[in-house]
Unconditional design. Structure first.
Length: 284
């Protein structure tokens, strides 16, 4: 089958996008190979579950991404492409965003906010990453996927596992999660979130209402403002999400006072999530 193409507005900083995704790539589930991003995914479409692999890379000759899908995903090609377009943020208008962000966007005006292929996956990754390094969180998330995920056949040795769905995790005993090196408190948070998503009480998708979802997330044990805002950025696709307590944001702004950080960020509305990406990249 001929590969698909997804057009984007220029400038588009693909290198920065895959660097961000690669640093957080969950072993077995996703990988960066040269300029190409690969991963396994599943989704529901027309009452059926479709699972397989995707590969995404930029096209040198024009402003578009080349997308390959496994044959098992062809019947769900349209929603898969919509999901890829969201994760790769191809619809963003970088010039309009940069006009609002001003000086902080001048160095890399093509930065995008990476979305997520699965809200539960990115939430688990965020929860285990609380107060530890990106590298350590990636290692633990890989163990989680290996323990509870589902293997699938792919032509890529490094990409052959589906991350577990919330419904797969909701009934797991906390001790089984703890065996992976996840603290008891974070195990409880993961289970509480899995149960809320599996029951339909919380939906971590871009079409969800942001403010009610943020309130629901904050009500769960172990989810404070940083985690809620990070999930608003990546799982809900909210362009104005702003994790103002993030240490990287504080360092970039050379400011520790949360209220003053929020006051500074008022000028960046409604694109504060993009401002976060610029602050992170400027001080990586």
């Amino acid at each position: 089958m001929t590969p698909f193409e997804l057009e984007f507005r220029t400038p588009y900083d693909w290198d920065a996008l895959v660097t961000f995704l690669g640093a957080r790539a969950i072993a077995g589930v996703e990988e960066i190979n040269g300029p190409t991003y690969r991963r396994c995914l599943r989704l529901e479409h027309n009452g059926k579950t479709h699972a397989g692999w995707i590969a995404v890379a930029p096209i040198a000759a024009r402003p578009a991404l080349r997308v390959e899908l496994s044959r098992s995903l062809h019947a769900a090609a349209e929603p898969v492409l919509e999901k890829i377009a969201y994760v790769m943020d191809v619809a963003a208008d970088p010039r309009a965003i940069a006009a609002v962000l001003g000086p902080i966007a001048r160095k890399r005006p093509g930065l995008r906010v990476p979305g997520s292929f699965d809200g539960f996956e990115v939430a688990v990754r965020a929860i285990v990453g609380q107060q530890i390094s990106v590298k350590a969180a990636r290692t633990i998330a890989g163990r989680f996927a290996a323990a509870f995920g589902t293997p699938i056949d792919t032509p890529f040795p490094g990409v052959a596992r589906l991350f577990p769905a919330a419904s797969d995790v909701a009934g797991i005993e906390p001790d089984r999660i703890g065996e992976l090196g996840i603290t008891r408190s974070r195990s409880r948070t993961i289970l509480a979130l899995a149960q809320a998503i599996a029951s339909g009480a919380i939906s971590l998708v871009p079409t969800a209402d942001v403010e009610p979802t943020l309130d629901q997330l904050r009500a769960l044990p172990g989810i404070a403002e940083w985690t809620a805002q990070y999930l608003a950025m990546r799982a809900l696709g909210w362009p104005d999400a702003f994790p103002h307590t993030d240490l990287g944001v504080m360092r970039a702004l050379q400011e520790r006072n949360a209220k003053r950080i929020l006051a500074t960020a008022e000028a960046w509305r409604p694109w504060r999530a993009y401002a976060v990406m610029h602050l992170w990249h400027a001080h990586a």
